[in-house]
Design a protein around this ligand. Structure first.
Ligand code: FRU
Length: 503
């Protein structure tokens, strides 16, 4: 009798507390830290079968604080093994964002004969004492190296390797090897532009060019840059893509990512479209500080972003940990009617997560139609025929039994995709969170396609072959078990689709 009673009590407590456990909203297939705070991805480098992901981390609280580099390793970009903290603050300051490289030619001299290739991390020191004293030179750049495949890190005794020339925001070094000039290049975000430095050995740096004053979006501070060559898909042409994160000033408010397409000679970047309007990498509110992996062996250009926004990252309703990363994405540079544009798609490894699947047959929908699969974590791929659509808005809606919902839709008249989380559950933690987010459609095809990756606390939309993307987090009081096609004020024609449970 006693045992039955305790089983019943256990089950009832499970039912009552299932939705209020401290781990509610913990992503299932996105990276999140084991505990406490995370912001930017840092130091992403591939080496000997392992993808390294370091990240801005405060191990003592679930809010931003003295920054460390947390660390995780993956063989497939999806399953992450948590590693010990890689870099702790020291007398020069907190460890802010930066990058890592594999110093294959041992230019730094950190390597030992017959030993592992040195992995070298290049990061910003943020000195809180200098900041408090209102000095302008409290951000400098330091390096550390690992001779055991990233397991342990030794800080260079000659730090800082780049002193501050008197610029308050002078940070987030992204370093890469420029093959034809045979030297390392460092990009630094400096308030409203990018500074380029060069070095032969990663230890001694000299200033080269600058780019960006007056260019692109200038509504906030420039942060976390990246620069890499990309072959234009289907053409025998290579361009350089410069990624610049900015906070605030994003199209839907708060933090966001812009990019420039042009040429780079090893010291100076030239924008191909100086008169062009800002190119936004992404339109959702929750993809920030994204940069790409170094040393990736197969030619793919892979990026991961922080799935949050500085407007509310410190107050989102989680407790034991706070914030997560986007799904890693593969970038492609495509020639479109509007010029060269970056497209994104989830890395192909994501397919490894696919479980049970069902197809969506051609059908016309007016109102709502269930798409069957009641798993919370899922992937949906669906296309709609605009020629046979009379609706004003259509798309996919996720909902629960508490009447909470998130709509991922297309607005026919304004030619914009949108994500509406205004009725998506918890929202009182910030006035900037519960808004309808819009993204102008790039494609002009009559077929509107939506590819969605849905986790317990996020949705990522890759529309029209990844030419328009949106990332958005959400915090329903009960997980979104129901997904439906919706069509408002008219009907929409579904051409076909597929749904997968993501394991
Ligand atoms: C971007 C950022 C970086 C900085 C880091 C501090 O989100 O502000 O510029 O290095 O976060 O945690």
């Amino acid at each position: 009798m006693k045992i039955y009673l305790s089983i019943i009590l256990f089950l009832v407590s499970k039912m009552v507390f299932a939705q209020t456990t401290p781990e509610q909203h913990r992503p299932h297939f996105h990276f999140s830290p084991p505990t406490k705070w995370v912001n930017d991805p840092n130091g992403m480098v591939y080496y000997k079968g392992e993808y390294h992901l370091f990240y801005q981390h405060y191990p003592d609280a679930s809010v931003w604080g003295p920054m460390h580099w947390g660390h995780a390793i993956s063989k497939d970009l999806l399953h992450w093994e948590h590693m010990p903290i890689a870099l702790y603050p020291d007398s020069l300051g907190y460890i802010f964002s930066g990058s890592a490289v594999a110093d294959v030619q041992n230019t730094s001299g950190f390597g030992k004969a017959g030993g592992e290739t040195p992995l070298v991390a290049i990061y910003t020191y943020h000195d809180p004492i200098g900041e408090k004293a209102k000095r302008n030179d409290f951000q400098t750049q330091g390096i550390a190296y690992s001779l055991d495949k990233g397991r342990t890190w030794i800080k260079y005794t000659g730090n800082p390797v780049v002193k501050n020339p008197g610029i308050r925001d002078f940070r987030d070094p992204k370093v890469f090897w420029h093959a034809s000039k045979k030297q390392w290049v460092m990009l630094l975000a400096a308030v409203d532009h990018i500074d380029f430095y060069t070095s032969k050995n990663l230890k001694e740096w000299v200033k080269a060019g600058e780019f960006g004053k007056g260019a692109g979006a200038q509504g906030g501070v420039w942060e976390c840059p990246d620069l890499f060559p990309m072959k234009v898909v289907g053409k025998n042409e290579t361009k350089w893509v410069l990624i610049v994160n900015i906070n605030p000033g994003a199209p839907n408010g708060g933090s966001g990512t812009q990019y420039f397409v042009g040429q780079f000679d090893g010291e100076n970047f030239k924008n191909d479209n100086p008169d062009d309007k800002t190119l936004w990498f992404e339109y959702g509110k929750d993809n920030y500080a994204g940069v790409t992996w170094a040393n990736n062996p197969d030619g793919r250009r892979l990026l991961i972003g922080w799935m949050s926004n500085w407007q509310y990252a410190n107050t989102v309703p989680t407790t034991t940990w706070r914030n997560a990363m986007t799904i890693p994405r593969e970038l492609g540079l495509h020639s479109t009617s509007k010029g060269l544009r970056l497209f994104q798609k989830p890395v192909r490894e994501t397919k490894l997560l696919r479980g049970e699947s069902s197809s969506i047959a051609a059908t016309s929908v007016e109102g709502f139609k269930n798409i069957g699969n009641q798993f919370v974590e899922k992937e949906i791929s669906i296309s709609f025929d605009l020629n046979k659509t009379t609706a004003k808005e259509f798309g996919i809606v996720l909902s629960n039994s508490k009447n909470e919902k998130v709509e991922i839709g297309y607005d026919v008249a304004s030619k914009q995709f949108y994500i509406d989380r205004t009725e998506g559950g918890k929202k009182d933690f910030s006035k900037d969170y519960a808004v309808k987010q819009f993204a102008p459609r790039l494609s002009q095809s009559n077929l509107v396609t939506m590819h969605l990756l849905i986790d317990v606390a996020s949705v990522e939309l890759f529309a029209d072959n990844g030419s328009t993307t949106m990332t958005s987090i959400h915090f329903p009081n009960e997980d979104f078990g129901t997904s439906q096609i919706f069509s408002k004020k008219g009907l929409t024609q579904v051409v076909n689709g597929q749904v997968w449970h993501l394991k």
